[in-house]
Write a protein that binds this ligand. Structure first.
Ligand code: ZN
Length: 136
C-alpha cells in the first residue's frame, strides 16, 4: 500500500454555476475543466492547488450518490481521494485486512483516473477514494 499525496478533495455543491465563482473570484483559483461523469450522475469542476485538486460535484439526478448526500447532509466535503500506486493490489490488501470496499476492482472516474471507494464504515466516517493515474 503506497499513498503519495492527496489527489483531490470532493466537495458536493448544489450548483457549479454558483460555486465556481467563489473559487475563482474569492480564492483566485482557476477552473481548468468541467466534466460530466454519467454513471456517477454528477457534473464535476476541477481546480489545481499544488499536487492536489478540488473536485466540485453537482448532482445531475436526485437519486444519484451526490443528490442523496446533499439531501441528507447538505453541501460540503464529500470524499478524500488519495493518489495510490498499484491500486488493484492495494484493494486486495485492504480487503484481506478487513476493510469494507465499495469497489472491489478499480473503475474509471473523472479525468480518466482508475478509482475505487472504501466504505465510510471502515474509515471512521470519511468516504475515501483511492485513485491511480495510469496515463502519466
Ligand atoms: Zn473523487
Amino acid at each position: 500500500m503506497k499513498i503519495s499525496h492527496i489527489e483531490h478533495l470532493g466537495i458536493a455543491v448544489n450548483s457549479l454555476v454558483e460555486a465556481i465563482p467563489y473559487y475563482e473570484d474569492m480564492l483566485g483559483l482557476k477552473c481548468y475543466a468541467v466534466e460530466e461523469v454519467i454513471d456517477q450522475k454528477v457534473k464535476t469542476a476541477f481546480f489545481q492547488i499544488g499536487q492536489t485538486k478540488i473536485e466540485l460535484l453537482e448532482s445531475t439526478d436526485p437519486e444519484g450518490p451526490i443528490g442523496k448526500f446533499i439531501e441528507k447532509r447538505g453541501q460540503g466535503i464529500h470524499h478524500v481521494a488519495f493518489a495510490t500506486e498499484g491500486l488493484e493490489d492495494a484493494l486486495d490488501e485492504l480487503a484481506e485486512k478487513g476493510v469494507q470496499l465499495i469497489d472491489k476492482k478499480p473503475r474509471k472516474g473523472a479525468e480518466g483516473l482508475d478509482i475505487a471507494f472504501l466504505h465510510p464504515k471502515s474509515t471512521f466516517g470519511v468516504l475515501t477514494e483511492l485513485c491511480e493515474n495510469k496515463n502519466i
